[in-house]
Design a protein around this ligand. Structure first.
Ligand SMILES: [Zn+2]
Length: 304
């Protein structure tokens, strides 16, 4: 189990919702697909590191800052005598490497993941130095997608391709590692420095009145869902969900898109759209959120 888990970046969740509820400009759509794909790649890598048996502390998605430079570490693993740092890329298709640069086959230069990795390693070293920790860092770019191919791939660069991963993981597993409280404190310290980032200044403009309303399927995002008793059923993929869970999902979606909006029964009723009466919505809100004013519910989840 990871010491710090990964959750879906708010930017991905919001862009998915916007992509479903309005027409995104091509560049925003592209950004959404790129982010979604990157996140999928990170989850694929997590599925591998989770299986590690050797003593280690896995820190997924650390966002740190050193001297006003912010940086994000996809995956860091603390072992007894080193920290392994991984920059995970879910690129797909054919690319080539020439004179220290990466290109698509259409000769379009892409950001060099090796430079990105170097920057992350340098900044992490600074952070560790500032908290008085000395431990070697060993970092790699991981091309996780089996459909990625790099022509003229450089030798002697810290790159792991998807078909090399089984052996790489096997080797990680075999190395002797014995962790003590010092390692635990190191991991705790890094997690305490993690900064959650709000994506609102990077999003395309959107407004409540112009977004398509309606409950969507939790699995396939389709709007073809209908209420059947205490459940909602998706007409596209057949997925079923408890009404209460769908309403809570709706509230969370509204709150993420519009953090300052007042959550009221009427608002949630309008947003979810598929429930005829407001009774069920009111009941779910009362059971899960606290009142903060007349008719208004606070977003503090009662179970938190
Ligand atoms: Zn569905």
């Amino acid at each position: 189990m990871s010491f710090k888990s990964r959750s879906e970046p708010a930017e991905v969740t919001i862009l998915r919702s916007l992509n479903n509820r309005m027409i995104l400009a091509e560049k925003d759509k592209k950004r959404y697909y790129t982010l979604e794909k990157g996140y999928e790649g990170e989850l694929m890598f997590d599925a591998l590191t989770e299986k590690l048996q050797s003593h280690s502390l896995i820190l997924n998605d650390l966002r740190l800052e050193s001297n006003k430079s912010k940086f994000q570490l996809d995956s860091s693993i603390v072992f007894q005598a080193k920290i392994n740092l991984f920059e995970v890329k879910n690129y797909e298709g054919d690319y080539y490497y020439e004179n220290g640069k990466f290109y698509t086959l259409f000769k379009k230069e892409i950001q060099n993941p090796l430079h990105q990795l170097e920057r992350e390693e340098t900044l992490l070293r600074e952070v560790l130095h500032n908290i008085g920790i000395k431990i070697p860092i060993e970092s790699y770019v991981v091309f996780i997608n089996p459909a990625f191919f790099l022509y003229q791939a450089p030798l002697n660069k810290p790159i792991i391709y998807s078909n090399q991963l089984p052996l790489f993981m096997k080797n990680l597993n075999m190395q002797p590692s014995n962790l003590n409280t010092w390692h635990m404190k190191l991991a705790e310290k890094l997690v305490s420095l993690h900064q959650t980032e709000l994506p609102y200044d990077r999003l395309p403009p959107y407004e409540y009145g112009r977004l398509r309303k309606g409950t969507t399927c939790k699995r396939c995002n389709s709007f073809s869902v209908s209420v059947k008793g205490y459940k909602i059923v998706c007409g596209t993929c057949g997925c079923e969900e408890e009404v209460a869970s769908a309403v809570i999902r709706g509230v969370e979606e509204i709150n993420l898109l519009f953090p300052n909006i007042k959550i009221t029964t009427n608002l949630v009723h309008e947003w979810c759209k598929i429930f005829e009466s407001k009774k069920a919505i009111r009941r779910v809100l009362k059971q899960n959120y606290c009142f903060v004013g007349r008719k208004e519910f606070g977003f503090t989840h009662l179970n938190d």
